[in-house]
Design a protein around this ligand. Structure first.
Ligand code: ATP
Ligand code: MG
Length: 560
C-alpha cells in the first residue's frame, strides 16, 4: 500500500495545533474544555462537516470536556426541521453525543437585550438605508466607507426604532440595526456591520414571534459566550471575523469565548458546496441527498461506509492551518482498512460464465463450510451449496492464457474456493463465437482442499451454485466528477460539465444464498470482487447491492 499504515497509528502521533492550544491552557490551570458544533440546518451534513464533528467532539472527549450541538438557525427562510433531524442522526451515527442541544433561536431574547445594551452604550444604531445602499457605501480595501446619514441618531431614537422594528412596524429591508464602529477600518467587517435585519418570515422554532433576525457575526460569538464555550473552532474563512467576534464580547463585557480556525477539508473529485449539492438533488442528477455518490454522511452510510472508517480518516488527515486538498483515495483506504476487519466474506459473481460439471450428478446438492472472516475468528462459518451448474467470473477463464495465468483455461485445473478442483474439458460458443458455457469435470476426492493424488493447483476462484444463487441488482459507484477539482472548467463552462456520466453503473450479479438475508447496510466483502452492502432500495424478490469500495485502489491509479 502506498499509504503507510503508521499514518493512521495515533499512538505516537504529535499533537495537532488545536491540541497544543488546549494543552497549553490546561498547563496554565484552565482545565475546562467546552466546544460546540454549530451547523446551520439548511442542508445535509457532508464529509467536511464530519471532520469538524470529529474535531469538536473529539477534543472535548480527549480532554474530559463537553461538546454542545448548536443549530445556527438565524436564517428562517432556508432552514427546516428535516435538516435538524438528519443532522442529529448523522452525528449519532458517527459515534458522538452532545452535552446540550441548543439553538441560536433559544437566545433570541438575550441577543435582543444585548443589542439594547449596545444601543445604550452608543455602539449601535438603526439605519434607514437599504442593505444595497449599505453595501455600496462600505468603501473598498483601499478606500474608506461613507458614514450613514442616520449614524448619529440619539440613543432614545435608536431604542424606540429598534423596539418598533421588533414589533413589526416596518417592512422587510426598511431598516437595519448596525454596530457603530469605524467606517474607515482596514478590516471591512468593522465598517458598521449589520447586526439585525427585518424579515417577516416564520421560523421553524420561534414561529412568528420574531420579525427581526440577528446576523451571523452578531449571533455566533454571543451564543458561544452564553454557553461558555472555551474553544470556538471554525474554518479558516472566519479568521477575518475573529476581531469582530472579540469586539462584541468586549463591548458587552461577557464571558470571553475564543475562536480558533482550521483548514476546511477538501477532497479530490468531490464537491462540498451545500448549494450545489441541493441543485444536484433538485435537478435529479442524483437519486437524493443519500445517493451513494454524494459526499453527504447519509450517502456514505447508505453506501456502506462505517463510522469508524470516517473517524479514522479524519484522524489520518489531521488538522491543518492552511487550505489543502486531500486525495479521495485516502478516504477509501480508511474504508477498506476497517471493512477488512469487520466485513464478513461472501461469494458473488458479477460477470457470470456458466460452468457445467459433467461428471457431477444431476439434482445433487452438497454443502461446503466457508469461513466468514479470516480476520475475526469469532465470525464463525457458514454453509455454501454446490451443485452441477455453477457461475464463475468471466475473467477467471481464458481460452488462450498468457504465461503465469493460474485461473481456468482449456485443459487446466483450478480450485473452486472451499470446494473441488475442476478441469476445463470443453468451451461452448454461440454462432458469433462468444463463449456461453464451459464444460468441466471435477475430482470427487478433492472436496476438502486435498486431491486424490496430492497434486496442488495455484489458482483458486470463487463461484456460486446456479440453482441456489440469488440474482441481484448491483450498483457500482465511481466518483461523481471526472476531474480532481470539479471547478476545473474550460472558459464559459460550468462545474456540471465535469459530472461523471459513469458515476453509477448498474449491473446484475449472482450471490450466494446467505446474502438473501443481508440486513440493509451491513458490509460484506464479496471475495476477490470488492466490498458491498444491501441498499435501501432492496425489496423482497429484488435485492439491490451497492459497491461500497473496490478491493484495491484501482480508479485512483488509472486516473493519474
Ligand atoms: P454554509 O455555506 O451554509 O454556511 P457550511 O458548510 O459552512 O455552509 P455550516 O452548517 O455552517 O455549513 O457548517 C457547520 C460547521 O461545519 C461549521 O463550523 C463549518 O466551519 C464546518 N464545516 C463546513 N464545511 C467544512 C469542511 N469542508 N471541512 C471542515 N469543516 C467544515
Ligand atoms: Mg457556515
Amino acid at each position: 500500500m502506498a499509504i503507510a499504515t503508521n499514518d493512521t497509528n495515533t499512538k505516537e502521533k504529535a499533537a495537532n495545533f488545536l491540541e497544543e492550544i488546549i494543552q497549553e491552557s490546561i498547563a496554565k490551570g484552565d482545565t475546562r474544555v467546552q466546544t460546540r458544533f454549530p451547523p446551520e440546518p439548511n442542508g445535509y451534513l457532508h464529509i467536511g462537516h464530519a471532520k469538524s464533528i470529529c474535531i469538536n467532539f473529539g477534543l472535548a472527549k480527549k480532554y474530559g470536556g463537553k461538546c454542545n450541538l448548536r443549530f445556527d438557525d438565524t436564517n428562517p427562510v432556508k432552514e427546516d426541521v428535516e435538516y435538524v433531524d438528519s443532522i442529529k442522526r448523522d452525528i449519532r451515527w458517527l459515534g458522538f453525543d452532545w452535552a446540550l442541544e441548543r439553538y441560536a433561536s433559544d437566545y433570541f431574547d438575550q441577543l435582543y437585550d444585548w443589542a439594547v445594551v449596545l444601543i445604550k452604550k452608543g455602539l449601535a444604531y438603526v439605519d434607514d438605508q437599504t442593505q444595497e445602499e449599505i453595501r455600496l457605501t462600505r468603501g473598498t480595501v483601499s478606500e474608506p466607507g461613507k458614514e450613514s446619514p442616520w449614524r448619529n441618531r440619539s440613543v432614545e431614537e435608536n431604542l424606540d426604532l429598534f423596539e418598533r422594528m421588533k414589533k413589526g412596524e416596518f417592512a422587510d429591508g426598511e431598516k437595519v440595526l448596525r454596530a457603530k464602529i469605524d467606517m474607515a477600518h482596514p478590516n471591512m467587517l468593522f465598517r458598521d456591520p449589520i447586526m439585525y435585519r427585518i424579515l417577516h418570515a416564520e421560523h421553524h422554532r420561534t414561529g412568528n414571534k420574531w420579525c427581526i433576525y440577528p446576523m451571523y457575526d452578531y449571533a455566533h460569538g454571543q451564543c458561544d459566550s452564553i454557553e461558555r464555550i472555551t474553544h470556538s473552532i471554525c474554518t479558516l474563512e472566519f479568521d477575518v471575523h475573529r476581531p469582530l467576534y472579540d469586539w462584541f464580547i468586549q463591548a458587552l463585557d461577557i464571558y470571553p469565548s475564543h475562536q480558533y480556525e482550521f483548514a476546511r477539508l477538501n477532497l479530490t473529485y468531490t464537491m462540498m458546496s451545500k448549494r450545489r449539492l441541493l441543485k444536484l438533488v433538485q435537478e435529479g442528477a442524483v437519486m437524493g441527498w443519500d445517493d451513494p455518490r454524494m459526499p453527504t454522511i447519509c450517502a456514505l452510510r447508505r453506501k456502506g461506509y462505517t463510522p469508524a472508517s470516517v473517524r479514522n480518516f479524519a484522524e489520518m488527515v489531521g488538522v491543518a492551518k492552511r487550505d489543502n486538498v486531500i486525495d479521495l483515495g485516502k478516504l477509501e483506504f480508511c474504508v477498506r482498512e476497517d471493512l477488512n476487519k469487520v466485513a464478513e466474506r461472501r461469494m458473488a459473481v458479477l460477470n457470470p460464465l456458466k460452468v457445467v460439471i459433467t461428471n457431477y450428478p444431476e439434482g445433487k446438492t452438497e454443502l461446503f463450510t466457508a469461513i466468514n472472516n479470516p480476520e475475526d475468528e469469532n465470525a464463525g462459518t457458514r454453509q455454501v451449496p454446490f451443485s452441477r451448474e455453477i457461475y464463475i467470473e468471466r475473467d477467471d477463464f481464458m481460452e488462450v492464457p498468457p504465461k503465469k495465468y493460474y485461473r481456468l483455461s482449456p485443459g487446466t485445473e483450478v480450485r473452486l474456493r472451499y470446494s473441488y478442483l475442476i478441469r476445463c474439458e470443453e468451451v461452448v460458443k454461440d454462432a458469433e463465437g462468444n463463449i456461453t458455457e464451459l464444460r468441466c469435470t471435477y475430482d470427487p476426492e478433492s472436496g476438502n482442499g486435498s486431491s486424490s493424488d496430492g497434486r496442488r493447483v495455484k489458482g483458486v476462484i470463487h463461484w456460486v451454485s446456479a440453482a441456489d444463487a440469488i440474482e441481484a441488482e448491483i450498483r457500482l459507484f465511481n466518483p461523481l466528477f471526472t476531474t480532481e477539482d470539479p471547478d476545473d472548467v474550460a472558459e464559459g463552462g460550468s462545474w456540471e460539465d465535469n459530472l461523471n456520466p459513469d458515476s453509477m453503473i448498474v449491473t446484475r450479479g449472482y450471490l450466494e444464498p446467505s446474502l438473501g438475508e443481508a440486513p440493509i447496510g451491513q458490509p460484506f466483502q464479496f471475495e476477490r470482487v470488492g466490498y458491498f452492502c444491501a441498499d435501501t432500495d432492496s425489496k423482497p424478490g429484488h435485492p439491490v447491492f451497492n459497491r461500497t469500495v473496490t478491493l484495491k485502489d484501482s480508479w485512483a491509479k488509472i486516473n493519474k
